[in-house]
Design a protein around this ligand. Structure first.
Ligand code: AMP
Length: 396
């Protein structure tokens, strides 16, 4: 079965065509600057990447171009559109309505729309992508896979904020968590990799990318995660602040003469390791500047790793122990420097690092040494494959 996986943003759209039997990627790419001018990136596996400037005033036109590329005579990955058996869509916010992936029926689309308030930047864009695909492929089954779904098992004590309860009742203000597809994929995969029983395990997943979050997975269920109502809570990220004293918002609004949009812009786009360092949001640049002794980069790396280590400690407490810590996403998979700095805080858990294994490149691997009481692993995440698997499970 061939599954087209779509991750649709407001002006961009990422896609992968996956053969669900072999789990091979047949082709992948993205559409950029939708509604502005338009650029299509397309790569059939095994061939060079093609980049074409192509007008795409709407998402529907962008998806049309993707479909044309997929069936192109010379570089297409499939002979005709009838070879696309299902489409899996990433949907950012499923609120409390979706604890699992679901077929996208008209009722489900309405329920997703009702979550737009909770993710005004993401959900409307996801829906535009879904509607465009439905128009172009009316007979192909479509599935929604939610970033929030895996975290719906969190207990009330983990998801209620210390706010008047009426705001939860009236507006569903609570902690939801994000990156759920990745936390689910990585926690399951690391248990399998280590030969653990997923349903009898204590796993902490550190998804450290430009956006970053941690989750505590107890006996196969998420019991806590660091992001909240929105993806702004928790860790210090590329440009997002993570946890701060909420009173800072009023303080800065007055000092800098900013309204709430101005403050939110600072917290989402000008903060995090970029804001602290003044160097970059990218750990490749930060590590280089750290080695050169740039104080801003030293502070940013230390603040980032210290926050990760504090959350790991909190989640070990939440689960009354931990068997495995899995690092994933851009930083977690590629930065021995960050992993080492985090693990150095964890000696009290009986964790000891195998420095050589940590420094090596490679996919699934254990980076703790034989004496370590907790296994520490690097597990590459694969959200597209996870979406394809969920899609197949629902349409088969
Ligand atoms: P993601 O959001 O998961 O795609 O992660 C992107 C981030 O991963 C980048 O902004 C970098 O901070 C980080 N990253 C990617 N490659 C490397 C690398 N080789 N070394 C350190 N950090 C990296």
């Amino acid at each position: 079965m061939n599954v087209l996986v779509i991750n649709c943003g407001s002006s961009s759209l990422k896609y992968q065509l996956i053969d669900s039997e072999s789990e091979a990627v047949l082709a992948k790419g993205l559409c950029e600057r939708i509604g502005i001018d338009g650029r299509l990136v397309y790569q059939k596996t095994g061939l060079d990447k093609e980049v074409t400037d192509a007008a795409m005033p709407t998402h529907k036109q962008a998806i049309e171009l993707v479909l044309q590329a997929l069936v192109n005579d010379k570089t297409g990955a499939i002979g005709s559109l009838s070879e696309i058996d299902a489409v899996g869509h990433r949907v950012v916010h499923g609120g409390e309505k979706f604890a699992a992936s679901t077929l996208l029926t008209p009722e489900v689309l309405k329920a997703i729309e009702e979550c737009n308030d909770l993710a005004p930047l993401h959900n409307p864009a996801n829906l535009i992508g879904i509607h465009a695909c439905k128009e172009l492929m009316p007979n192909v089954p479509m599935v929604g896979v939610f970033d929030t779904a895996f975290h719906q098992t969190m207990p009330r004590k983990a998801y209620l904020y210390g706010l008047p309860y009426e705001y939860y009742e009236k507006y569903k203000v609570r902690r939801y968590g994000f990156h759920g597809t990745s936390h689910s994929f990585v926690s399951k995969h690391v248990a399998e990799f280590l030969g653990l029983d997923y349903n009898k395990s204590k796993i902490i997943v550190a998804h450290l990318g430009n956006g970053a979050s941690i989750s505590a997975v107890l006996n196969g269920e998420c019991v806590d995660t660091s992001m909240g109502l929105t993806p702004l809570e928790g860790l210090v990220m590329g440009t997002r602040s993570g946890d701060i004293d909420p009173a800072i918002m009023e303080f800065l609004a007055k000092k800098e003469n900013l309204d709430i949009e101005g403050i939110m812009g600072i917290l989402n786009k000008k903060s995090g390791v970029e804001g602290i360092s003044g160097v970059s949001s990218d750990f490749r640049d930060l590590e280089e500047a750290y080695e050169k002794g740039v104080q801003g980069a030293i502070d940013a790396c230390q603040v980032f790793c210290y926050r990760v280590a504090k959350y790991i400690g909190a989640y070990a407490a939440a689960m009354n122990g931990v068997d495995v810590i899995a690092f994933t996403a851009g930083i977690g998979e590629n930065s021995p420097f960050v992993r080492k700095m985090v693990v150095e805080y964890l000696g009290y858990l009986g964790i000891t690092l195998d420095e050589a294994a940590n420094a090596e490149r490679g996919d699934d691997k254990v980076i703790s040494d034989a004496a370590s009481k907790v296994k520490v692993c690097v597990i590459p995440t694969n959200e597209e494959l996870a979406i394809a698997r969920e899609t197949v499970a629902l349409v088969k």
